[in-house]
Design a protein around this ligand. Structure first.
Ligand code: OKV
Ligand code: MN
Length: 257
């Protein structure tokens, strides 16, 4: 009952205003009216604490969406894992853990960001354990905002060189890790993002057909949502023209009436 939308990896930042606009239009012109919106990580390209508000338009867009009755769930990604309770409260969103199991029309579905499945990337998993340490996070959040910005800029600069030096296979998911999680949660469908390699992977798990659906990342020219509606699944593109066309249609009908 009701439409459910799944998105991830928008990587919003003040450096990409057209991407922010595309997403805010998506919230207003596409997500409104849906039963639920699931954001499976990396909504933001960086997050240094809820006291920083780099994109107020996004917060406003989410607040209007939830106020209008669409439930919105946010999972941490590897970049915006410091999104906290304050952000959730002021947007009306719910923070969900990774992994997260949901029942949709009688089908059990497992939701993840995807970085936990990249077990071959030893250096990344070490980085993850460090920055997900609650004590270290508290220390980071206690440092002045200007200093946190400098630390974050430094992390991102160093990461760009590290990623360029890695083999591409290392940065994809590990098949054994995928199977282990799907077995543990007893699901035949896994939805995740992170790898920026959108695809539907058919698997056999425990002798049964299974599906791993990888969400697309977003850019200024194109967003994508996985949609669950009337018991079926669809991939739906969201283009800048969609927002413009909807605007035009509503202007025309306003003149007519
Ligand atoms: C997030 C990633 C930058 C990858 C630092 C403790 C510590 C948190 C942090 C700093 C960085 C998030 C918060 C960012 C993810 C990068 C570069 C690569 C691979 C500490 C808690 F250790 F310093 F105390 N950080 N930022 N990367 O800029 O958003 O995921 S970030
Ligand atoms: Mn990611």
């Amino acid at each position: 009952s009701g439409e459910r939308l799944f998105i991830s990896d928008l990587h919003l930042s003040p450096q990409r205003p057209a991407l922010t606009q595309l997403f805010v239009d998506f919230l207003q012109d596409r997500a409104h009216g849906a039963a639920e919106l699931y954001i499976l990580g990396d909504l933001f390209d960086a997050w240094i604490g809820d006291d920083d508000d780099p994109l107020p338009a996004v917060r406003g867009g989410l607040r209007r969406l939830t106020a209008a009755g669409t439930a919105c769930s946010i999972m941490h990604g590897n970049r915006d894992f410091l999104i906290g309770r304050r952000f959730a409260r002021t947007t009306g969103c719910r923070l969900i853990r990774d992994p997260w199991r949901v029942e949709l029309g009688g089908e059990a579905v497992l939701l993840m960001h995807g970085d936990l499945l990249c077990t071959d990337d030893i250096a990344y998993q070490r980085f993850r354990r460090r920055v997900r340490n609650p004590l270290l996070q508290q220390l980071f959040l206690w440092t002045p905002r200007a200093q946190r910005r400098r630390v974050a800029d430094d992390y991102r600069r160093r990461s760009t060189t590290a990623i360029a030096e890695k083999q591409v296979e290392i940065m994809d998911v590990n098949g054994t890790a995928v199977e282990a999680q799907m077995r543990r949660f007893g699901v035949s469908r896994l939805i995740h993002g992170h790898t920026h390699r959108p695809a539907d992977h058919r698997l056999i798990i425990g002798g049964r057909p299974a599906l791993r659906q990888v969400l697309s990342d977003w850019n200024e020219e194109r967003g994508e949502a996985l949609v669950h509606r009337g018991g079926s699944w669809y991939r739906e593109a969201w283009l800048p023209a969609d927002a413009a066309a909807r605007e035009e249609r509503s202007t025309v009908s306003q003149i007519e009436t």
